[in-house]
Ligand binder design. Sequence first.
Ligand code: ADP
Ligand code: ZN
Length: 315
Amino acid sequence: MSSANRTSNALKTSMAVSEPKLFGAVEGGGTKFVCALCTEDGSVLEEATFPTEAPDRTLGAVAGFFRDHAATRPLTALGVGCFGPVDLNKESPTWGHITATPKPGWSGTSVARPLIDALDCPVLFDTDVNCALLGEAALGAGKGLRDIAYVTIGTGIGGSVMAGGHIVHGAMHPELGHMLVPRHTEDMAFDGSCRFHGGACLEGLAAGPALAARWGTPGQLLPPEHPAWGIEADYLATLCATLSLILSPERIILGGGVMQQDHLFPRVRTALKEKLAGYLPHLQTAADFETYVVPPALGQRAGILGAWKLAVHAL
Ligand code: ADP
Ligand code: ZN
């Protein structure tokens, strides 16, 4: 090796040591956008939050946050997890856009473009729920696993699937909240609250607004002994049974506001055990179900940490 090469290699090595990689993460939500600068191992160095206002204003603030930092130390990559629906098709001219959303002013907005224009680094884009699963898989309740389902039961029901370590996108992205479920026998009269499927789909029967419409009271005010919860657990057990049979995940993570009701977890596990009726060899005992259907471990941090993981995937 020539001495020039040796010097140049030594220089590269010292640069690599003195300049560890820096990753950007964005969690775009209906009420706020969270931005973070992270190390390669997921430590958050700096964070900022901007309210979700007009797209120009909010995305301008997000781009400004990263541009200011990139001026002194360039980002290796940026990961963006965004509320949807979003276009994830890389061949599409509207990749990185929010498509038809009820959020005023945001339909047809490109979230990725202002960030690409502001930053000289790869920008990766995915749904908020896919990022939450990426976060949980990397650092939370799915750590060490490669086949995981993550479902959030809140204002809507959104789900994400990891198969063999990869997030499943399909033609668009899974919409498992709208899977069709059989009616519980004590819940035949309710019209359901899905705009598309009424009471035929899971979201129309079991999301937070469905609970509120069905019982006249939001879920957070229904006591644990209320009959709502037995019915809710049955619907969620149907979801888990279907996921188990179709995808064979190693774990199912259930999050979102409605799952703040801790008592739902044992109920869902018991109902799921009954529905599966001993069919799956790895799911037999109560202890098997205890570690199979679990809450998220990262809480509110799953989305931003998943966006970090998305950025790291750019490497
Ligand atoms: P979002 O889905 O809008 O991001 P959440 O996951 O907090 O937000 O979901 C909000 C929904 O969850 C509302 O319909 C609310 O009534 C319901 N919810 C929030 N907290 C609870 C709770 N502790 N118990 C039951 N339902 C809850
Ligand atoms: Zn639906």
